[in-house]
Design a protein around this ligand. Structure first.
Ligand SMILES: Cc1ncc(COP(=O)(O)O)c(C=O)c1O
Length: 384
């Protein structure tokens, strides 16, 4: 089954690469829709940036003159982020989005020929980073939908015993829920014990908390006991600043010091540094965004369920909709695209090829999705 939207598939001779959905322009051209009518449900972003972004840009006062490179230590951003996350400045590294942090972790800790554990389904970049390092991605299936796609702790532990990196994501993208309480802590403990018994260093455990603000909880405190834990945060999701490309890695100072040599001197622009520093210092916009998602999440999920779709539980700004088959998922995706609504599809062979992921947008955008679901369901039903 071919995805209804153009995606890129690497040839066997090419390194693994990330696949995007069609751009606004491509969707508009293909379906004859005005570009302004397109709503993106595929990227887990937010409908609008915080108000302060426009104010900072209009004021035109940035951390450095725009003719110069950004301050190479990103000092004001580092200090502000450290205080927001409650960590020391030497416990944090800044990257061009969480994605660059994942890449830096790969460079620092994943040798060619090494192994990285990926509980799947999860965020696609872990596999991309792993394979681009010339390492092997050890895919460990998560428990099923009936177990909320939680980690298979025993299998993950076994796989971690001879791996350099374990990629965790909580709340998990695309399945929407955090790991059950205590599970990640237990995994860190057993990984440490197993490594000690084997006389080797424990795998670096990356915990991607890109969606943490939507739950209001974080496992940052676990870094005190686990020098092999790297937590990843971002300005892209709850802070609604994905276009600025700012993310953070947080770990014990010695661990950060092993990542920093791989950081390019200026991958984060001066404009991004300035705006994100202000957004972190004044989280009003972030809180309003989280409140918007809180207000819309159940309304959207319930309306889609009433339309006959099987919507999983979520604490994030996106929903996972499981359809009756891979074919039905492709049909529904096409029907959405024809209406200018862009879902996230999962490629052939993906464990969620029969599902679509849909970002929770603003009320008007969500209403269009609900109306579309009601119409589409009339075209043949979809719930498993
Ligand atoms: C789990 C997860 N990690 C990282 C990212 C990328 O974040 P950033 O925009 O900060 O690179 C995403 C974006 O969808 C994500 O879902």
């Amino acid at each position: 089954m071919v995805s209804p939207t153009p995606v890129t598939f690497g040839l066997p001779t090419q390194p693994a690469s990330y696949s995007w959905e069609a751009t606004d322009e491509e969707v508009a051209a293909r379906y004859g829709i005005p570009i302004g009518d397109i709503v993106r449900f595929d990227l887990n972003t937010s409908p609008s940036p915080p108000d302060l972004a426009a104010r900072v840009l209009a004021a035109g006062i940035f951390d450095a003159p725009l003719a110069e490179y950004p301050p190479s230590d990103y000092r004001r951003l580092v200090e502000t982020a450290a205080s927001v996350y409650g960590v020391a400045t030497d416990e944090l590294v800044v990257g061009a989005g969480a994605d660059e942090i994942l890449d830096l972790v790969g460079k620092a800790f994943l040798p060619a020929g090494g192994r990285a554990v990926i509980p799947v389904p999860t965020y696609a970049m872990y596999r991309v980073v792993t394979e681009q390092r010339g390492a092997t991605a050890v895919l460990v299936p998560r428990l099923g939908a009936d177990r909320d796609y939680a980690l298979d702790l025993a299998a993950t532990r076994t796989a971690a015993a001879d791996a350099e990196v374990v990629w965790l994501c909580s709340p998990n993208n695309p399945t929407g829920l955090p790991e059950p309480d205590g599970e990640i802590e237990t995994l860190l403990d057993v990984v440490a014990v197993d490594a000690m018994v084997a006389g080797r260093a424990p795998a670096i455990v990356v915990l991607d908390e890109a969606y943490a603000e939507f739950v209001g909880a974080s496992l940052l405190a676990l870094r005190h006991r686990h020098p092999n834990l790297v937590i990843v945060r971002t300005a892209s999701k709850a802070y609604a600043l994905a276009g600025l490309r700012v993310g953070f890695g947080i770990a014990q100072p010695e661990t950060i010091a092993r990542i920093v040599p791989y950081r390019p001197p200026g991958s984060v622009s001066t404009v991004s540094l300035t705006v994100v520093t202000e957004a972190l210092a004044d989280p009003t916009g972030m809180r309003a965004n989280v409140a918007r998602v809180d207000a819309e999440r159940e309304r959207l999920a319930d309306a889609l369920r009433e339309a006959g779709w099987s919507v999983g539980p979520t604490v994030t700004n996106f929903l996972l909709v499981e359809l009756a088959s891979v074919e039905r998922a492709a049909e529904v995706a096409t029907e959405l695209l024809r209406r200018g609504l862009v879902p996230r599809t999962f490629g052939p062979g993906h464990p969620l090829a029969h599902a679509l992921r849909l970002t929770i947008r603003d009320r008007a955008g969500n209403d269009r999705l609900i109306a579309a679901a009601r119409e589409i369901d009339g075209t043949g039903g979809s719930a498993p």
